[in-house]
Design a protein around this ligand. Sequence first.
Ligand code: NDP
Length: 251
Amino acid sequence: MLEYHAAPQLLAGKVILVTGAGDGIGREAALTYAAHGATLILLGRSVAKLEATFDAIEAAGGPLPAIVPLDLMHAKAADYRGLADTFERQFGRLDGVLFNAGQLGTLCPFEQIKEHEWDEVMQVNVKSEFLMTQALLPLLRRTAKAQGEAVLLYTSSSVGRKGRAYWGSYAVSKFAVEGMMEVLADELEHTGVRVNTINPGGTRTKMRASAFPAENPMSLKTPADLMPLYLYLMGKDSRGQSGKTFVAQPK
Ligand code: NDP
């Protein structure tokens, strides 16, 4: 676990988009970024959960966030272009994106993966990130030019670097996320847009509980435990870091 103490106003003045901001790691990251001064754009599929994150940020005295209800399973390229236009009009900048929303699909032998489940996992974990990245890059590039940098942070997994039996479409989707990060980091090398992935490691959330129903959740790190790394990678102290996978819980 990274020993890092972020300055209290590390992210002051920045505008940061978090996907899957209504639950689990994404909710904690949104609260943490807001507590360090950022204005959050909270994207997710359940409005009630996004509102709960909004309320928690407001109650803690953070900058008032924006809410973007969007189901990544069904959103199209035009929806993402619309979002980019809205962010440009409303904020005029976008300093960082945490791509965190993800789906596990069904863990099963490879031969039994259903075609529609494969498509759904790829849609949410990979294609939506491809389309959103494409739409947001012009604004991110302009922000990097004006502010010195912008950050793209994708969420990977241990099975995104080393495949594991029965993790089928989820593992393959996370390998794709790692590949996307490396391609983008190389392409954007001289633009000021930094691109990395985080592998959170086993963390106490609904997704982890559905993958390991017999596990004692109290034996796991919480999303809050991971936040030093999430802060480090979103802020200026990681300047110069790009094209890398960061493991929140090294063995
Ligand atoms: P959770 O299931 O707790 O939260 C996932 C979030 O993604 C939820 O807010 C969910 O929204 C959102 N989401 C899922 N599908 C969609 C969709 N179609 N459209 C919009 N939003 C959607 O997961 P975690 O917090 O555990 O996981 C966060 C990330 O970390 C994921 O990318 C996961 O793969 C990765 N990860 C997690 C590990 C762990 O042990 N927890 C380990 C390794 C990687 P809603 O609440 O509405 O369902």
